[in-house]
Ligand binder design. Structure first.
Ligand SMILES: Cc1cc2nc3c(=O)[nH]c(=O)nc-3n(C[C@H](O)[C@H](O)[C@H](O)COP(=O)(O)OP(=O)(O)OC[C@H]3O[C@@H](n4cnc5c(N)ncnc54)[C@H](O)[C@@H]3O)c2cc1C
Length: 424
């Protein structure tokens, strides 16, 4: 058995950020290991695709404050790596009532924004047929995250900070060492390592702290610890549509946009969003999608191949009605897993004390929520929880003991399977 100080389970966005922060902050001689079930930069979880939205405009003031702090950490990360990871810009629209809360919060926090009428939105953006009761909010400090580059930069920085990164190695079992009964009980981690020649080995490690960032797969990782999280996993569809390349003047999508509109009789969700063409994505394509999933599963192994017709149809219909210079049908589409708990927020906490007793702080868990925009902050926060047992960030809203997070035996299948569509 090899001993480590810190083991991170799951080597994607949040896991790599945690590993990098641990590598940077832990003491000389301490060892950090990341175990990734698949290859690095895989599309098996939630961090697939080319782009993610960064925004500070929220209807939840705590998330808004956290996003403002995350923005500073993105800037630090960009400076450290000497690259641009977020292309800043943003815009949101929807019926007036839907934007009241975020506007109120922006006012309260003195954040800059610009309000547009429905006609002004259509003047600036290639949209048509927007209802006259729509307003637009152009908010600062929002932008498009370069997912590909972010993951690769975090991997490189983790490596440079002496983190050991293993791939094709699945954590299959976690146990608390029964050798002693104090808070310091180590965590024993068992894995199956797949070798390139097709053979596999069972490996065992010991760590002072284990940080689980396995996203939608979290319940598979914690299954031997006698608790489970009540997750509803959305198979979200993303689609790329061709933009008219020859029109004069050229079609300009000046920024990322998001439409907030309540559901209507013909659609279970009207939370459509889109990105302009980006230099690191497919040429002459715009990503437009609906923030909803008609396929909800409870275990990543239940994932379908292919995408759901429903999302394809409502998005194509919306594109045809409202988008100028965009081909009605997508050129390609894919799915990505989005784990949700009942309140759509993060789970960011130690393992539950009521299940694991005094050693519960040796296991730290992150899953659920729209997390990409918080990646540098979550990495820092999780590494602080591992090293110091506490963090400078207020994470009290994301505790594992809040209602609806832990699954009790009666909840199979979950009592409240659907969690309302929320903007990402
Ligand atoms: C379609 C879509 C759009 C989104 N848009 C936005 C957005 O615009 N803005 C935003 O902020 N957020 C957005 N999100 C959410 C965001 O992408 C996720 O919150 C974020 O990617 C989560 O990263 P992660 O590292 O926690 O999880 P993941 O990326 O899922 O990584 C988990 C990793 O754990 C590994 N793993 C699993 N089981 C094991 C095991 N047993 N042993 C070892 N490794 C294991 C997996 O292979 C995977 O690599 C979106 C999500 C989706 C699906």
């Amino acid at each position: 058995m090899t001993n480590y100080d810190y083991i991170v389970v799951g080597g994607c966005a949040v896991g790599l950020s945690t590993a990098y922060n641990l590598g940077k902050a832990c003491e000389k001689g301490e060892k950090v290991l990341v175990l990734e079930k698949f290859m690095y930069f895989n599309q098996a979880g939630s961090s697939g695709d080319f782009v993610r939205m960064f925004r500070t405009m929220y209807s939840d003031i705590e998330l808004c404050k956290l996003a403002l702090k995350a923005r500073d950490l993105w800037i630090e990360l960009e400076k450290e790596a000497n690259v641009e990871l977020i292309k800043m810009m943003d815009y949101q629209d929807g019926p007036e009532g839907n934007l009241t809360k975020p506007i109120e919060i922006m006012k309260q926090l003195n954040m800059e924004y610009q309000q547009l009428s429905s006609a002004e939105i259509m003047e600036r953006y290639p949209f048509r047929n927007l209802p006259s009761n729509f307003i637009g909010v152009f908010a600062k400090d929002n932008g498009i995250i370069n997912v590909f580059l972010t993951l690769r930069i975090l991997y490189k920085l983790a490596q440079e900070n002496n983190v050991e990164l293993r791939e094709n190695e699945e954590v299959t079992k976690l146990e608390l060492n029964t050798g002693n009964h104090s808070e310091d009980r180590n965590v024993i981690v068992t894995t199956i390592r797949k070798n390139v020649n097709g053979t596999q080995d069972t490996m065992t490690y010991s760590a002072k702290k284990v940080i689980i960032t396995a996203g939608a797969y979290v319940n598979n990782v914690i299954k031997t610890l006698n608790f489970q999280i009540q997750l509803c996993i959305w198979e979200m569809v993303s689609m790329y549509f061709t933009l008219d390349a020859v029109s004069n003047p050229p079609i300009q999508v000046p920024s990322m946009w998001f439409q907030f509109q309540d559901e209507t009789p013909d659609s279970k969700s009207n939370l459509f969003y889109g990105f302009p063409e980006v230099s690191w994505g497919p040429e002459n394509q715009t990503r437009i999608a609906v923030d909803y999933s008609s396929r909800m599963i409870y275990d990543p192994d239940e994932r379908h191949t292919g995408v759901s017709e429903y999302e394809l149809q409502i998005t194509s219909k919306w594109v045809e009605k409202h988008c100028i210079g965009v081909q009605k049908y997508p050129v390609f589409q894919g799915t990505c897993l989005m784990p949700n708990v009942r309140d759509n927020n993060f789970v960011l906490d130690f393992a539950p004390e009521k299940v694991l007793g005094p050693a519960h702080k040796n296991i730290i868990i992150f899953t659920a929520g729209w997390a990409f925009k918080f990646v540098p902050l979550l990495g820092k926060c999780l590494s602080q929880l591992a090293i110091n047992g506490c963090t400078e960030y207020d994470i009290s809203n994301y505790n594992i003991d809040r209602e609806g997070v832990l699954k009790d035996d009666k909840d199979t299948p979950p009592k409240h399977p659907v969690y309302k569509p929320q903007p990402c």
